[in-house]
Design a protein around this ligand. Structure first.
Ligand SMILES: Nc1nc2c(ncn2[C@@H]2O[C@H](COP(=O)(O)OP(=O)(O)O)[C@@H](O)[C@H]2O)c(=O)[nH]1
Ligand SMILES: [Mg+2]
Length: 289
């Protein structure tokens, strides 16, 4: 008898995605319904959307019982949304996330799962030989991405070629261990997640992936502002893991808050904001209304 696939919880952070998310949700839900023998849940984590993303998600959820959502009014950012979503980790063996734009398809996610036999966290990469870029990101975005990669490498020396690819899967044990160390609310959340995973002694494997860039990126529209906030957040992650500096710089927190506000980016959470937030203690499995 065939052993069923591990139960899988896939999160999709979404901000003003009414134009892009519907076909993505349908494609993922339909694909996993047909091709996955384990339990599959797709949870969209929205916050502060000013369009009808929620209505779109609810419409799809009526057709596909695997689709659910969590909605937060506060501007908690992509990272903040994922930190909340990861609290549902207790409901699955494997937890992961992808973007709402469908740049990576469900086939790519499925192909990553077997790699969890030898790794604790497996991440898609657009920068490894063997990756297929059906449509690459705009040239300038690629340059900024490589500069960001250099900065992350300088601070953390992880030798991960693509920290930002939004296609990551982890075993439940990883999420349970690292969740209290997840503090970054903006788009540099991925760096926070990978550093926390590595420092906790888990093995990360990077796998070439198929990728199609999709117009409507939230990052590209304010690239300078977002990049600056992401740089600050990388420094922030470095400080979190340098406790002596971290304590010394504590009086500067109001200044930090002010800078993030100016950059219109969600500020990192403090230890007290994440402490006690155990995965699985969240709002329960997001379920279709
Ligand atoms: N919940 C939430 N999701 C966000 C926020 N900002 C961006 N996202 C989501 O994060 C993902 C990445 O954004 P995207 O525009 O695709 O960035 P890119 O792929 O790097 O160009 C998408 O699914 C967005 O909807 C936010 O403030 N809150
Ligand atoms: Mg995207």
């Amino acid at each position: 008898m065939r052993v069923p696939d591990p139960s899988l919880l896939l999160l999709i952070p979404a901000y003003n995605e009414e134009a892009r998310i519907e076909p993505v949700l349908r494609k993922y839900a339909d694909f996993f319904q047909r091709n996955y023998t384990g339990k599959f849940q797709l949870v969209v984590v929205l916050n502060g959307c000013r369009d009808n993303t929620l209505g779109v998600v609810q419409r799809v959820a009526k057709e596909f019982p695997s689709v659910g959502w969590m909605d937060f009014p506060a501007p908690i950012g992509k990272g903040g949304a994922l930190i909340e979503g990861l609290k549902l980790a207790g409901h699955a063996d494997v937890i992961g996330y992808v973007d709402a734009d469908g740049a990576t398809g469900p086939e790519a996610v499925l192909q990553l799962i077997p790699h969890l036999a030898q790794a604790d966290c497996v991440i898609g990469s657009r920068w490894l030989p063997g990756s297929v870029l059906l449509k690459a990101q705009p040239k300038f975005r690629q340059i900024v991405s490589r500069c960001f990669h250099g900065i992350v490498e300088f601070f953390f020396w992880m030798h991960i070629k693509d920290t930002q690819c939004p296609c990551k899967l982890m075993r439940r044990a990883v999420v349970e261990k690292i969740h209290p160390n997840l503090r970054i609310a903006d788009l540099a959340f991925d760096v926070n997640l990978l550093v926390a995973t590595k420092r906790a002694g888990f093995r990360i494997e990077e796998v070439p992936i198929e990728w199609t860039d999709v117009v409507g990126s939230k990052v590209t529209t304010s690239l300078f502002r977002n990049s600056l906030a992401m740089f600050l957040s990388v420094v922030r992650v470095w400080l979190i893991y340098s406790p002596r500096f971290y304590r010394l710089l504590r009086p500067l927190r109001p200044l930090e808050g002010w800078i993030y506000k100016k950059l219109k980016a969600p500020a990192p959470l403090s230890a007290t904001e994440t402490q006690g937030a155990k995965p699985g203690d969240g709002k329960g499995p997001a379920s279709p209304a």
